[in-house]
Design a protein around this ligand. Structure first.
Ligand SMILES: [Zn+2]
Length: 469
């Protein structure tokens, strides 16, 4: 077969695309393995495996656009000039070790990059230039001014990449932000990233083009200036609660947040039925600020199909309907539920989807399983002191977190245990799908929590340990 034969479309059949690309690159390297192929593309072998899974598998991951482009470029240049000289040079261990001796600045690179992405996002949202373009190289058209901090972070990226023999992507902010939608280990394979367990971390969510929770966590340790986006969006809600007694406010908070997590998409009647159970100020806030019309890009004609597991809207993906909730896809195959007229539906706004709904999927899963065992579960007690507990005055308090990096998570909880501190038996629960996907997750996060009373375990282990009430 000729190396210049066209590749199958990656978005239609990711596996066929990869098989054809590997075959094309094998011309000059007869025994090219999948792991070698992954390294040449610049992704972790583990990630490549998830890209080759059948689309209906719960381990399946969509290849980021930039990885597809990289594969295509490799195949193009292999067929044009012969394989051996055109493969991407990988940083050798010897190259990498010079960084270990290098200036401490490199250690700060992940955090300073994370701070850059959160600053840029804030600028876009608060400067009113909230026009985001997805799918192309321009991420945030509203990005304008760069601070000295930003320039320093960009210069560090350039230096790190160039000395690893990789192209310079730190010179242009839009290009750099586009790379931030890939896992750090893919495009910034420096020791500071690997040693801190950050290889799997995305700084910008490739789907919704916002800094990830992990980027904000990293930046928080660096600039202390994050959380502003969240504060802005949720201030009105907190304000509406503040007019009530602390006990009532706690209760309304739990009710609203649980409703949000169970109802990422609602019709107007359903929303009205719920909000009218709330006091006026809270009602107005939820009704007017939490939900927005369903975007037409998610619709298949006049109707929308909702996921049978999490009730979020399903979208066409590689020819089949898939749930648009990441935590749901990680655990289940697609399972279409109700179909409703699209004009009646509204969905949660972007901030609520990110901060409440996505993390809430696993929280609900845990709460429902504990409730089935007869426990009296309280979700988000005391205005979110912890994700859930088993009742007032009871010893168990639980936070559930799905950070891709166990090191980042462990560090964060050791530094800021939050409401868990107030419980006799504080538990950190990791979704089963994440513990399956990341090797030794529980051991790694536990190592970072040494000396802390917080104990980490998987969701299934937590359910087993807490047993029946
Ligand atoms: Zn779902």
């Amino acid at each position: 077969m000729s190396g210049s034969a066209p590749l199958p479309a990656a978005d239609l059949d990711q596996k066929a695309f990869l098989v054809a690309a590997k075959r094309a690159l094998s011309i000059g390297v007869p025994k090219l393995t999948w792991d070698q192929f992954a390294l040449r593309v610049g992704v972790e072998p583990r990630a490549m495996k998830t890209y080759r899974m059948p689309a209906e598998s719960s381990d399946f991951r969509t290849m980021p656009k930039l990885v597809i482009e990289k594969v295509e470029a490799l195949v193009r240049s292999a067929s044009a000039a012969g394989v051996s000289e055109t493969l991407v040079t990988l940083p050798s261990e010897a190259d990498a070790s010079t960084w270990r001796r290098g200036p401490d600045a490199m250690k700060l690179l992940p955090a300073s990059l994370a701070a850059l992405t959160t600053r840029q996002a804030r600028q876009v949202f608060m400067g009113g230039g909230a026009s985001m373009i997805s799918g192309v190289d321009r991420l945030w058209t509203g990005v304008s001014g760069l601070s000295d901090e930003d320039r320093r972070a960009m210069a560090l990226v350039s230096r790190a990449r160039l000395s690893l023999g990789l192209s310079d992507i730190g010179a242009e902010i839009h290009e750099l932000l586009a790379y931030c939608t890939k896992p750090l280990g893919v495009w910034l394979p420096i020791p500071a990233v690997k040693e801190a367990g950050l290889s799997s971390v995305y700084l910008i969510d490739p789907e919704d083009r916002m800094p990830t929770l992990e980027a904000e966590e990293l930046a928080a340790g660096f600039s202390g200036a994050t959380g502003l986006l969240e504060e802005q969006v949720f201030a009105a809600f907190q304000d509406s609660l503040s007019k009530h007694s602390s006990k009532d406010a706690d209760e309304y908070y739990s009710q609203v947040r649980t409703f949000v997590v169970r109802n990422p998409v609602v019709n107007r009647k359903q929303l009205l039925r719920f909000v009218t159970t709330l006091p006026a100020a809270v009602w107005v806030c939820v009704e007017q600020q939490f939900y927005e019309p369903l975007p037409s890009s998610l619709l298949t004609g006049e109707t929308a199909t909702l996921c049978a597991h999490c009730s979020n809207v399903m979208a066409k993906h590689a020819g089949a309907l898939r749930c648009t909730t990441a935590a749901c896809c990680a655990e289940h195959g697609p399972s279409p539920g109700r179909t409703q007229p699209a004009s009646e539906l509204m969905r949660l706004n972007r901030s609520l989807r990110k901060y409440w709904f996505e993390p809430g999927i696993d929280e609900l899963r845990l709460a429902d399983r504990l409730a089935a065992n007869g426990h009296k579960v309280r979700m988000y007690p005391n205005r979110d002191a912890v994700d859930l507990d088993l009742g007032d005055g009871r010893p168990v308090g639980i936070d559930l977190k799905a950070y891709s990096s166990p090191e980042l998570l462990g560090e964060r909880l050791r530094r800021r245990p939050g409401g868990l501190r107030t419980y006799k038996k504080p538990l950190l629960v990791i979704p089963d799908w994440l513990a399956r996907r990341v090797p030794s997750y529980i051991d790694r996060v536990s190592a970072c929590l040494e000396g802390s009373p917080i104990r980490a375990l998987t969701l299934s282990d937590a359910v087993a340990e807490l047993g029946h009430a």
